[in-house]
Design a protein around this ligand. Structure first.
Ligand SMILES: *Cc1c(COP(=O)(O)O)cnc(C)c1O
Length: 214
């Protein structure tokens, strides 16, 4: 387990702002989660609704802050809402936002979410294009009263070229700055291979899996 060294690297990369660490536990068992919790980590992220449910059940004795970071199928929305995640990072369209909002209304609940941006415009990735991001953000604010939009999320460009990765983070940061007047407070970007660069580009949530669990 590597938590202390990862926290030191985060501390070194950050400037003024606090950085929130979400440990991505999708590849490990609940036992590994409990170990990292006992080492001091409080927020964990899963990318499948079923796996989130299972880990919540197995770890119900621990007051873990659970995040959802994966693609959300329409037929899993109700189940996800019932799991009361602290933050859903992966709302990737106005249509999905409307579907989530509709179900929240019926349950008389609200949900904190981020809008996912496909900053490098990769076909393999979910999210709205940078050009449509601000408009989509405004549309969600207008049409989805049961959603609390808290900012943006993105996955860095899938390449070894640091400049390209940095550009993708800067693009997301640009959208984040535009959404701050609407109350955005989170910029979720950076994974094990690129989190220090993401922090330097303005991330205040990093989502780390392999580096913590190897
Ligand atoms: C798996 C995953 C992560 C963590 O990736 P690592 O490279 O293991 O740190 C972060 N964000 C999302 C959306 C993921 O699916």
């Amino acid at each position: 387990m590597n938590l202390q060294s990862v926290l030191e690297r985060i501390e070194k990369a950050r400037q003024n702002e606090e950085i929130k660490l979400v440990a991505v536990s999708k590849t490990v068992t609940s036992l590994e989660v409990a170990k990292l919790y006992n080492a001091g980590c409080r927020a964990f992220g899963e990318n499948k609704v079923q796996a989130l449910k299972q880990k919540q059940e197995e770890l119900s004795h621990l007051p873990i802050e659970w995040h959802f970071i994966g693609r959300l199928q329409t037929n899993k929305i109700n189940q996800l809402i019932d799991l009361n995640p602290a933050l859903v990072h992966s709302c990737d369209s106005l249509e999905l936002a409307i579907q989530i909002d509709k179900r929240l209304k019926i349950k008389n609940k609200t949900l904190d979410i981020l809008l996912q941006i496909n900053s490098a415009k990769e076909a393999s990735k979910a999210g709205v294009t940078p050009e449509l991001a601000l408009k989509t953000y405004e549309d969600i604010l207008k049409t989805c009263p049961n959603l609390n939009l808290k900012g943006v999320m993105s996955i860095g460009a899938h390449t070894d070229d640091t400049d390209t990765i940095q550009k993708s983070f800067e693009t997301t940061r640009g959208v984040y700055e535009q959404t701050k007047p609407y109350g955005a407070i989170y910029c979720s970007m950076g994974m094990s291979s690129d989190f220090e660069l993401a922090i330097k580009c303005g991330a205040n949530i990093v989502r780390l899996g392999s580096i913590l669990f190897k």
